[in-house]
Design a protein around this ligand. Sequence first.
Ligand code: CMP
Ligand code: MG
Length: 386
Amino acid sequence: MLSRDVVAGNLIFSEGDRADAAYLIERGVVEIAVSRDGHRQVLALLGSGEIFGEMGVIDNLPRSATATAVEDCRLVEVSGEQIQQVIARSDPFFAELMRKLVGRLRDTQNALLQGRETVGLHVSDFGPGYAELVRERDIAEAIIGGEIEPYLQPIVDLGEGVILGYESLARWRSDRLGLMRPVDFLPLARRTGLIRRIDLTMADRAMAICARLGSREDSPFVCINVSAWLFQDYSLVDALRRMLDQHRLAPARICLEVTETMLIDDLDAAERTMDELHDLGLRIALDDFGTGLSSLGILHRLPFDMLKVDGSMVQGCQTSARQRGMLKGILDLCGRLDIEVIAEGIEDAGTARALLDLGFVMGQGLHFAPPVQAEQAMASWREGVT
Ligand code: CMP
Ligand code: MG
């Protein structure tokens, strides 16, 4: 979903054209007109908040009218494919009603043409669906424009305090909206499928960063967050293989973190993908362990190499014997399964100390460093090693 700017007087599409997109008018006025018997008739003038071009997309027939910008227009272009997907996901009877309505409008259009002299301008309130549509367009443009970028947070050796690796975290730095964290834009990105592009773009950039962090076996590793859905997508493996080749990276220095594993509905497919990712040499971590998003069951079912224990399990462990018992149990379990463990969300020295005493080796959290822009993190890293 992208913006399209059309200068006043320019044609947007013609009657009879193939319909491949619908448009929301963000700004400007669009004239809808038809030609009958050599006579041109304006059907409507549509202003901000109106949608046009939806009919041909809904019923897959040619454009019922010609659309021309009357003023300079800014349009949000919604692809036909996307609308078709929404219709396909909706109740089949509801979809049928939509097609019927469009058909009826086409049938009565000719009758409506008779005897109308003047045409009024239609304007709508921007309804609740509008904000989401515009935000989706903003996200798509942010991906293309590189506004969504990886921030890095170090993962340290709890005993020595040295940096072992980094987690790459997506941040959206928007001139208009400020700095946004994944919770501000990922839910919508997931609903609309944009998540795939965000994840793959972030993976590519994180690999470029990893290559710049050195090429030795003990150079820092980089953890990349990917959506659990991607594990049911066969193209993921090829995409990552190409990126690894391009950045000439030792695959063992990349760890994919997956969360929301409860959303994986085809565990067999996910397991096959994980096997292929392992064949590539990548490591795979179960993220946010201890929250509702990630369970013991999934650890049993899928072959993870690493477990990231959520901050909610970690914070306050120095005062709670019960919590320490849980953490010790997790360490023990992972030891038996040959799974490495990282404690997340460490916010103070006392917690870091308690985790070390329990036997944790790796940790991450504000106590060590917040996520910062990649360039800044790499500058501190270089200072640290020289
Ligand atoms: P579509 O047929 O894809 O392309 C032409 C568009 O013009 C059509 O979708 C509608 O969005 C719009 N349109 C057609 N007839 C009318 C009308 N009578 N009033 C307002 N808009 C119309
Ligand atoms: Mg993570």
